[in-house]
Design a protein around this ligand. Structure first.
Ligand code: AMP
Length: 441
């Protein structure tokens, strides 16, 4: 029940008018803390109800303002125009019984019209960092009285190169009392850096639970001998599986380009997206996929973030993602809206332990699949520990061809590692112990 929150009656009236009955988990967790004025770092995906989780506390802060509209009081920064439009709509729906007004500033819109809108001074300003900074530099935007800043899809803003702009805009808000940061993933060093710079003693709410994985998606692994063998399997899957659209994930752009090249050589209509591609390539790829001109996308995680394409029902992990969280994120793209999906991870000798860590994180076991037409020799470790990891495989002396030699040298029970929990609060602890993968995005 939304009435459990200390929200203004005008907001509760809007909640009722919108037929929101039960708060979603992210709303239940974030709204009370945000109402207390805490800084929050929330890991939650689009579709979780995260927008209302910040819009309601922000509106609650502004609803009783005695002063007429003279200053911007709240700033919502987000990565794209589409997200800005959706968020503005959500704010307007919740503010319908109040006098609070919101405005939007994004790239690709008329600069002068935006300046005119700013002269009317909205209470809440929503928009993308680049254009906001341009308006600020042009002297059209005053942020001195902003009390609360929301950074929505902060991980994606970082991926899009907005980190400096975001920090600069936060720095332009000297009256800022509260900052709420939302991201779809737990992010990397860049996000941690931003959190350290802009949040004060934040509470971390982790809502990206494994249960968000769609039940309609089958999850399989296929063992492979090496990368060329993986490519053969990919080609077999693309030729023989029934799917509308497929996405192949790699951990590096070099590998993405290589797979793409081989697919194109085989006349597969494909597109590739990675960190070297610009916004135009990205738009084109997404358009072609949406319109059905291409059926296959090869992508790195960063490039694929935020991608929302209907009918994406086959996900192939050419490389295993580096964390359980990223796995959930990748696989979350399939089987949307109740459709069936298939996720296949290709596992070489060196991928096995990461794969088994992810199984433990998900608390489920992937279906082992063998395709006789492209069957190789590697079929998993000879012996596995109770954890599912290869027994006796040592970090340094790993035998690249197999684990036989190492297994023979060592008793499986020798020097047991401390029995770490399956997953820490952010589900990453067991996976983090891997040494970092080399080439990154
Ligand atoms: P979001 O994750 O914020 O993009 O929200 C996804 C969709 O769910 C939006 O259309 C919201 O209006 C809707 N929504 C969010 N919270 C609730 C709720 N508690 N009850 C019903 N619908 C909701």
């Amino acid at each position: 029940m939304f009435s459990q929150f200390a929200l203004h009656e005008r907001l509760l009236k809007a909640v009722a008018a919108l037929n929101f009955e039960e708060p979603t988990p992210v709303q239940a967790a974030a709204i009370p803390l945000a109402l207390q004025g805490r800084d929050l770092r929330v890991t939650a995906k689009t579709g979780s109800g995260k927008t209302a989780a910040f819009v309601l506390p922000v509106l609650n802060r502004l609803v009783d303002l005695k002063q007429k509209r003279v200053e911007i009081r709240a700033l919502v920064l987000l990565p794209t125009r589409e997200l800005a439009q959706q968020t503005l709509k959500e704010i307007e729906r919740f503010a319908q019984f109040t006098f609070i007004k919101a405005g939007m500033i994004t790239g690709g819109e008329d600069f002068k019209e935006q300046a005119a809108m700013l002269r009317k001074v909205p209470d809440i300003l929503v928009g993308t960092p680049g254009r906001m900074l341009e308006q600020l530099n042009a002297g059209n935007l005053k942020l001195e009285h902003v009390q609360v800043v929301v950074l929505d899809e902060a991980d994606r803003m970082l991926d899009m190169g907005f980190s400096e702009d975001v920090e600069r805009l936060c720095g332009e808000c000297p009256s800022r009392e509260q900052t709420l940061l939302f991201s779809a993933t737990t992010g990397g060093a860049g996000l941690r850096d931003m959190i350290g710079k802009v949040l004060k003693d934040p509470e971390h709410l982790m809502l990206n639970t494994v249960s968000q994985l769609n039940d309609g998606t089958r999850q399989q692994i296929i063992t492979a001998d090496h990368n060329q063998h993986k490519e053969q399997i990919v080609q077999w899957l693309l030729a023989n599986e029934t799917y509308q659209k497929a996405i192949i994930f790699t951990n590096t752009r070099v590998m993405a380009d290589r797979i793409y090249g081989h697919l194109v050589a085989k006349d597969v209509k494909a597109f590739v997206l990675h960190g070297d591609k610009d916004q135009k390539d990205r738009k084109l790829a997404i358009e072609r996929l949406k319109q059905g001109g291409a059926k296959v996308l090869v992508a790195t995680d960063v490039a694929a973030r935020g991608l929302d394409v209907d009918g994406l029902d086959l996900v192939i992990n050419f490389d295993m993602p580096r964390s359980g969280d990223e796995y959930v994120h990748r696989i979350g793209r399939t089987g949307r809206a109740g459709n069936e999906g298939l996720a296949v991870s290709l596992i070489c000798h060196g991928d096995w332990n990461l794969m088994s860590s992810i199984e433990r994180y998900l608390k489920q076991s992937f279906e082992r699949r063998v395709i006789k037409e492209v069957k190789g020799t590697y079929s998993g470790p000879k012996k596995v520990k109770a954890s599912g990891k290869a027994a006796g495989v040592k970090k340094k002396k790993t035998d690249k061809k197999g684990d036989k030699k190492v297994v023979a040298k060592r008793k499986p029970t020798a020097k047991p590692k401390p029995n770490a929990p399956l997953a820490s609060a952010d589900g990453l602890a067991p996976l983090k112990r891997r040494k970092p993968a080399p080439a990154a995005e």
